[in-house]
Design a protein around this ligand. Structure first.
Ligand SMILES: [Fe+2]
Length: 168
């Protein structure tokens, strides 16, 4: 017998907060972990983390599709620069090599991403933000629950964020 209330109570982690897709998503991004083409403006950024289900279990083979603006706040809408998808490894880990996005108009710097545990599961669409950005206080889409942890390393800035998604 299925007891949804009980299953709900057994959840250990809240789903990652969704943030709207925005106007610049493009289907068909290439599968790759390094998404910045040569000469793209912006400082180096590594983003790493895991995809977990609501029980806290890592999700291997989860799909992540990233897209974002360059350091000037411009999107490549003609081609696929700063766009790419990848799948988590056997430990549910992903790693993205890219650049710090710039702000534009009302928007604080952010990375767009879609995440899905598997083909039967719903897609989570959200945006990741950066700590300490002045526009975080005024961007109407800013979400404090999706701010990355950020640190400086010898290899450049490293951000970390774990996604929690529905897994069917
Ligand atoms: Fe955006």
């Amino acid at each position: 017998m299925i007891m949804p209330e009980k299953n709900e109570a057994n959840r250990k982690l809240d789903l990652t907060a969704a943030v709207e897709e925005g106007p610049y998503y493009k289907f068909g991004s290439p599968e790759r972990k390094a998404i910045a083409g040569p000469g793209t403006y912006g400082s180096k950024l590594i983003l790493e983390g895991r995809v977990l289900d609501t029980n806290g279990q890592p999700v291997p083979g989860a799909w992540l599709d990233f897209w974002h603006a360059d350091g000037h706040g411009s999107y490549d809408n003609e081609d696929y620069n700063l766009r790419g998808h990848q799948y988590t490894d056997e430990d549910g880990r992903y790693s993205l090599e890219t650049l710090r996005p710039g702000d534009y108009m009302m928007r604080s710097p952010h990375l767009h991403v879609k995440v899905r545990a598997n083909e039967k599961s719903p897609i989570l669409t959200t945006q990741l933000f950066f700590p300490g950005e002045s526009k975080n206080t005024t961007d109407p889409l800013f979400e404090k629950l999706t701010v990355v942890d950020l640190k400086d390393t010898a290899q450049g800035q490293k951000a970390t964020f774990d996604f929690v998604v529905e897994r069917y």
